[in-house]
Design a protein. Sequence first.
Length: 341
Amino acid sequence: MPTTMKAARIHAYGEALRIDEVPVPQPDQGQVQIAIVASGVCHTDIHATSGDMAGRPSLPFVPGHEIVGRVSAVGAGVQQIKEGDVVGVPSLHWACGECDYCQAGWETLCHSQLATGYSVDGGFAQFCVAPADFVTRIPHGVDLYEMAPILCAGVTTCKGLKQTGARKGDWVVISGIGGLGHVAVQYARALGYQVAVVDISDDKLELARRLGAELTVNAQLNDAPSVIQREIGGAHAVLVTAAAKTAFRAGVDMLRRGGVCVLCGLPSGEFPVPILPVVLGGLTVTGSIIGTRVDMDEAIAMAIEAGVKVQIEKQPLENINDIFARLSKGEVLGRVVLEIS
Ligand SMILES: [Zn+2]
Ligand SMILES: [Zn+2]
């Protein structure tokens, strides 16, 4: 068992990550230590490292919240998980279990929650530790690199789609076909929706078409809301996964009357909500953030049953800054997954 490990850490907001040699974290009571195999790179990691979200992490820290690996040690009191088990560590690192939100089944809204790769060191490293109660079991026989992004991109979009309340046969628009969006298209198909997609990259639209989208709109060349209103009479639901702020207002404008726009993307800032269409059209605009442990189990099971397949590109940990640069410019097709071991 090594005593030190490689970890990509942020030392100053907005600056490049540094690959450091740091001590291997040891599991406290109730925690497990995980030898990381695969670690997905999410757009939120860029927000974390640039320090543009609320409650900035204390420096230095290790980003990364789509972690799959093998349990390499267990702390005192851990019974349900043993060494060698294959587990995932999601973004929801820990929640209190006692507040009103936790008790009502909304642990993702817990004010005391800890976030992996944000308030607690995450997955851009060879090892991490996590509370045994909050790691997720990964079923046998799945590709661990393809499974890692389900831990954020998968559960976030699966939960977001459920929050739309859409029914089989309804038109659902997925706005933004990045790491989240291309997974969302597949969950939406699995849930029986008719899927339209909006993006500004023809490559990403083509990927969405291959994954089952019936209508694709390039928002750089067209006024996407007009096309959606004209072609399908407006969407029953829109899931905004885009990292661009303009997509948020456009998402509301794509709805038919009674429609629901669920926001998952996380650019900082604001967008104008038009009062008359929302009131007269009975529209709903709501946010959706990751998912609970129950949502996670469902997202994993559905991914396996329905054949939801993340398009991955494997990269070594050392390339993390280059990956961030490409992700910022929208140049990643699907998801980059760090091949840690
Ligand atoms: Zn994420
Ligand atoms: Zn709580």
